[in-house]
Design a binder for this molecule. Structure first.
Ligand code: GAP
Length: 450
């Protein structure tokens, strides 16, 4: 049996659609650029990624507090954070066909090779050289609060979850009384009016973030930054990613945001190139200082041992959930040449992330006693794991279906089961089969799933 990665995004996108992971957004209306919908299988994978992240960074630590803050915020918060003036990308417009392009993406050849005519760049769509000079375009989506659509009522859909954590710093201090260093964690939906969405769910206009704001004494920033880089590496292991496909891109002076003293973009080798998967930034005390200034509230911290009063600094590890899902799928996708010459596609997802932990099959679907027994096994396992029942088509087809969605175990109930209360358990990765007593099944799987 030979393993091949044999990766192309077409294969990934097609598998995601065919097997119910991810569908184009608003598909029956012709779609909506930059939006995708998670299907019944995809939502399980996405929830498992989010839950694994929450467990690792919130439940398994004693210095992290979770939050779930509003998407709509007082617009002053976005003025304070610099998003109103600075959350921008350079764009150029074609005066002829009226299409808009991201200037840096145009230069990188994202729209195809740029033709130069008479020393001028040509529009990748219509070929006209009537392109405007690059202008800055704010990526925040705007909407109105209340019944009157006027500038005074204009608000934004949040482009990151960080703002909600900074504005609750004082509430958490007052209620939980934490000591530095401690963090706030939040996962939720954010919106960015990307000029060039693309590469499937890599660059979209609506996505989920998982972020921390980790508040620290500035004296400790260097060692805590390093320890967070090590934690991020452990998280990439949870996603099952190959270390050789990960690159820690130290953002040089002059290219970082003005408030950042150090930023590392953690990149992953996607089929379309080495691209940012997540990041960590040392944001100094920029955010709390700004929110203190704009809100007029005291956001300082008094050290209980030294009585020193200061505005905490912050380390910000930030993870795009959809990019995490995409990287896990890309990494797990494998094609294997079998001894009989067939090729099987299998998603070798880490077991903890697999949408279903086991699939239960009756060997035949037209014998009540076999089907009834398989349903009993399903009901036995259902309270323990997320399991699925499959009696469609022959067993070979069911294996193929479950392999493609990454189900670690397939359990077949057959005629022998009626005699001896054992089932066949087939392992996704090795395809080896063993007979296990139904009474021992939950324990047997549990031991293999940790
Ligand atoms: N609070 C910091 C912040 O939002 P960012 O680098 O702008 O930082 C964080 O975004 C993460 O969000 C990125 O590392 C990436 O994983 C993800 N991300 C950014 N833009 C995205 C987009 N348009 N579609 C999907 N994920 C995106």
């Amino acid at each position: 049996m030979a393993d091949e990665k044999n990766l192309s995004m077409e294969k990934i996108v097609s598998l995601c659609k065919r097997r119910g992971f991810i569908f184009p957004g608003s598909e029956i209306y012709g779609g909506l650029a930059g939006t995708w919908d998670y299907g019944p299988i995809g939502v399980e994978l996405k929830n498992n990624v989010r839950n694994a992240w929450w467990k690792m960074f919130v439940h398994d630590r004693s210095d992290m507090f979770g939050l779930d803050t509003a998407i709509l915020m007082n617009p002053r918060a976005w003025e304070a954070s610099g998003h109103v003036s600075g959350f921008t990308d350079p764009m150029v417009d074609c005066r002829n066909c009226k299409l808009r392009f991201r200037a840096d993406h145009l230069d990188e050849g994202k729209y195809g090779e740029v033709k130069i005519i008479d020393g001028k760049k040509a529009c990748p769509n219509c070929g006209s050289t009537e392109l405007t000079e690059p202008r800055m375009f704010n990526m925040m989506f705007k909407t109105f609060i209340g019944p009157v659509e006027e500038t005074a009522n204009q608000i934004y859909l949040r482009p990151e979850t960080a703002g909600g954590m900074f504005v609750n710093f004082k509430n958490v201090m007052d209620t939980m009384r934490p000591k530095l260093p401690f963090g706030l964690a939040q996962s939720g939906r954010v919106f960015r009016n990307e000029i060039t969405p693309g590469d499937f769910i890599f660059r979209v206009r609506e996505f989920d973030l998982m972020e921390f704001e980790y508040f620290i004494n500035p004296n400790d920033w260097e060692k805590l930054f390093e320890s967070w880089v090590a934690e991020i590496a452990k998280w990439l292991d949870v996603l099952g990613l190959d270390k050789n496909k990960i690159y820690y891109h130290e953002i040089p002076d002059g290219e970082r945001a003005h408030y950042s003293k150090r930023t590392i973009d953690i990149e992953y080798q996607f089929p379309f190139g080495m691209k940012e998967l997540c990041a960590i930034a040392y944001r100094t005390n920029f955010d709390l200082t700004q929110h203190q200034k704009f809100s007029g509230q005291d956001l300082s911290y008094t050290d209980p041992y030294t009585n020193e009063k200061f505005i905490p600094h912050v380390l910000e590890p930030t993870f795009g959930l959809d990019r995490a899902v995409l990287s896990a799928i890309v990494e797990a996708y494998t094609e294997e040449k079998m001894e009989n010459g067939d090729t099987r596609a299998v998603l070798k997802l880490p077991r903890v992330l697999a949408p279903f932990k086991a699939a239960i099959f009756p060997l035949v679907s037209n014998k009540d006693n076999v089907v009834g027994k398989a349903k009993e096994v399903f009901k036995l396992l259902q309270p323990v794991f997320n399991v699925t029942f499959d009696d469609n088509g022959n067993v070979g087809k069911r294996y193929r279906r479950q392999d493609e969605i990454g189900t670690p175990f397939c359990i077949t109930v057959d005629f022998d089961t009626l005699e001896d209360d054992t089932v066949t358990v087939r392992d996704r990765d090795t395809m080896k089969q063993e007979r296990v007593k139904i009474a021992e099944l939950a324990g047997h799987l549990k031991a293999k799933l940790v």
